[in-house]
Design a protein around this ligand. Structure first.
Ligand code: DAH
Length: 358
């Protein structure tokens, strides 16, 4: 019989060197399998006499056990190693911090847009957009402001150089042209808000040449002034986060609505501090009305079949009111100290469910 110590060392070192489960398996087969070397030696035991057989049998068994244990141990190690490397390859470092919370801030204008969209979104409005550079038709004529209309003077329009068509494009003076563009392309019923930038050649304590508005438009067959009032009162409650906001609608004039109104909400100003809600004073916050039949017709909608309401409000103004920002011009100073003070954490998205403000 061959030298069992050598055989054992040879097999054990082969096991130790096996670098895959497959390699290990072929070692097992060649040593302990049906025709394996150890198995063959076992078969040879029968030819020995009883004493020799007992001694050789014990030694062979010891070899067999040692090799078999080594294979088992090595197999566990190889499986662990395979799992380790798979895990390492698929590793995602979830300990990496998200964008630092302490640095960037959302501008109050962006925050206010997000809040308005959250509220009207919940009421079934979708967001519409239009270009900042408009033509005369969308900014004025379709909105029932013909060329010689005095309302054109009130708009302090920025005109751009004449285009190839002989017309001078304008920087839109309000978001109302988005009403026109929506009605031209969407078949009613429709319900949209249009937040965006607007421009007027005006600059003082309470005016900046660029500012922001949000427009609202509802067109269907039945919406009336009562729906307009309910919708806007609900908006003010949600936006100012005050359950009881008294509201009043004062008759007013806009060329694109008939009747037209301005909405005031209740407030108090005791001790120099403005508080929205029941009080002894009123604050104007937006313009609104029933869409003028001429506007519907100019946009290709039959005024005998459809009707609806519209509103428009200034974003800076309602942001100043809610967040106690005293000076309009600071919105556009790009002053980091101001932004750190009045800005918002970008990841705290306003929703009605969780709350609009942190
Ligand atoms: N476009 C008006 C403005 O800029 C605001 C406005 C008033 C919009 C009444 C409307 C509305 O849609 O119905 O002053």
């Amino acid at each position: 019989m061959e030298n069992l110590d050598e055989l054992r060392e040879e097999l054990l070192s082969a096991v130790a060197a096996a670098d895959s489960v497959d390699a290990l398996e072929s070692i097992r087969v060649s040593a302990l399998g049906r025709k394996g070397r150890v198995t063959e030696l076992m078969k040879g035991l029968g030819k020995l006499d009883a004493d020799e057989r007992r001694v050789a049998g014990q030694s062979l068994n010891a070899v067999k056990t040692a090799v078999s244990d080594a294979i088992d141990a090595r197999q566990g190690g190889l499986a662990d190693a395979a799992l380790e490397s798979e895990l390492a390859a698929e590793r995602v470092d979830i300990t990496l911090p998200v964008r630092s919370e302490s640095e960037g801030r959302l501008h109050p204008i962006s925050q206010t847009f997000d809040e308005i969209i959250a509220i009207f979104g919940e009421m079934g409005f979708s967001v519409a957009e239009g270009p900042d550079i408009e033509d005369d038709f969308h900014n004025f004529t379709a909105l029932n402001i013909p060329p010689e209309h005095p309302a054109r003077q009130m708009h302090d329009t920025f005109y751009l150089p004449e285009g190839p068509d002989g017309e001078r494009p304008v920087l839109r003076t309000h978001t109302s042209p988005v009403q026109v563009r929506t009605m031209q392309t969407v078949t009613p019923p429709l319900r949209i808000i249009a937040p965006g930038r607007t421009y007027r050649c005006d600059s003082d304590m309470t005016h900046t040449p660029m500012f922001h508005q949000v427009e609202g438009l509802v067109i269907d067959k039945t919406s009336h002034m009562g729906h307009l009032k309910g919708c806007l009162i609900e908006f003010c409650r949600a936006y100012f986060e005050v359950p009881d906001v008294p509201a009043r609608f004062r008759p007013s004039y806009f060329p694109f609505t008939e009747p037209s109104a301005e909405m005031d909400i209740g407030c108090s100003r005791s001790g120099g501090e403005l508080k929205i809600g029941a009080g002894d004073d009123w604050l104007e916050i937006l313009g609104c009305g029933m869409v003028h039949p001429k506007v519907l017709a100019a946009c290709g909608i039959d005024p005998n079949e459809y009707q609806g309401f519209a509103f428009g409000m200034g974003i800076e103004r309602i942001a100043m009111l809610k967040y106690g920002i005293p000076d309009l011009r600071t919105f556009f100073d790009a002053d980091m100290r101001w932004l750190r003070h009045y800005g918002f954490v970008p990841l705290e998205v306003p929703t009605l469910l969780r709350g609009l403000t942190p």
